[in-house]
Design a protein around this ligand. Structure first.
Ligand code: FES
Ligand SMILES: [Fe+2]
Length: 355
């Protein structure tokens, strides 16, 4: 079974707001499409097909002129913030063809993130991007790691996050150990803003923390509450709270983090992984910021290798499912259903890409 498809009709993170300064157009690939993201002179983020409607030159290679239009670097077509061609320098004496405009992609900027809908706008319905309140709150100290290119389908990252029994052996000795893999979990499903979500909740008492967690939070043994929440195809939220045994919920001693993971398909076998950690202590956030990249690299290493194995024929091979796969299997099913609906609702050309 090749794993090389994605949902096109969903909100995905294009980047954090600061990645898009005013009048510095940026070219991305999202869901197999060339995407231009441009914060115009009035501060609004807009997004279009990155291909100039003249001869497909990437408009993200162009420049902004003094009157605020985006000039294509090849023959100079000029576009306004609505994606309409407003000037063709080589034939100013002629009317501009009515088809000289760019396909727009819907954009929502919230909580310091820019979200993009790469599919058919008519399919948005009630879907809105999930909120990420800690990223916008002055009471939280957040750090964003460098965006990571992962050569795997984005679903493998979601599955990685929803089944943390991989903490042993993949993260053994930093954030994981075999005891964590034995912690049972509850599964909670709910529909949020038109999207079916899946959450695991792991509660444990008297747990001896792995080295990184003991260092970050200062408690070698804790009671702990730990959740992983696939909030949409584009975002998974992790929340951890720990305290000395018997003291969970006591504000002065409880510590922990929120980690937001965004997983944006580049194409069927590549995605961009963004990860933000938020804590209520500047020092703890800084400590995690400096030590966590080794954990991310371990995941990237595994996902890359796992993806390569999907290229082989499945004859004679089958996956085995454990208790711990329950959440992951629900996520797969939900994503498959969304992908089917996405295909059905996509414009014909887009549907071919998803198939
Ligand atoms: S390709 Fe853009 S103006 Fe010709
Ligand atoms: Fe991991």
């Amino acid at each position: 079974m090749p794993l090389n498809t994605f949902i096109e009709n969903a909100w995905f993170v294009a980047g954090r707001s600061s990645e898009f300064p005013v009048n510095q157009p940026k070219g991305l690939q999202v869901c197999g499409k060339p995407v231009l993201v441009w914060r115009t002179g009035d501060g609004k983020v807009v997004s279009f097909d990155d291909r100039c409607c003249h001869k497909r030159m990437p408009l993200s290679e162009g420049r902004i002129l003094s009157d605020g239009v985006l000039e294509c670097a090849y023959h100079g077509f000029c576009y306004d913030g609505a994606g309409h061609c407003v000037r063709i320098p080589s034939q100013l004496d002629q009317p501009i063809p009515t088809r000289a405009k760019l396909r727009p992609f819907p954009v929502i900027e919230q909580d310091g993130l820019v979200w993009l809908w790469p599919g058919n706008p008519a399919q948005i319905g009630e879907a809105v991007p999930p909120r990420t309140p800690e990223l916008a709150s002055p009471e939280w100290h957040s750090h964003m790691f460098d965006p990571m290119h992962v050569p795997s389908n984005y679903v493998l990252l979601i599955e990685n996050l929803m089944d943390i029994t991989h903490f042993y052996p993949l993260h053994d000795g930093n954030i994981g150990d075999i005891e964590q893999s034995k912690i049972p979990f509850d599964l909670v499903e709910e529909k949020l803003h038109g999207v079916q979500t899946v959450k695991t909740i792991r509660r444990v008492q008297g747990y001896k923390q792995p080295p990184f967690m003991a260092k970050w939070f200062g408690y070698p043994v804790v009671d702990r509450w730990h959740t992983h929440h696939m909030m949409s195809p584009g975002l998974t939220r992790v929340e951890l709270r720990c305290a000395p045994p018997g003291r969970l919920g006591e504000a002065p001693v409880e510590r922990g983090y929120v980690i937001h993971h965004s997983h944006t398909p580049i194409d069927g076998t590549n995605h961009t992984w963004r990860l933000w950690v938020s804590t209520q202590s500047k020092e703890v956030t800084a400590d995690i910021a400096s030590t966590f990249p080794v954990v991310m690299e371990e995941d990237r290493w595994a996902l890359e290798r796992q993806q390569k194995m999907f290229a082989y024929d499945d004859a004679g091979y089958h996956e085995v499912y454990l208790r711990s796969d329950k959440a992951l299997l629900r996520c797969r099913k939900i994503l498959e259903e969304m992908e089917r609906a996405s295909r059905a609702g996509a414009a014909p050309a887009a549907a071919q890409k998803v198939a």
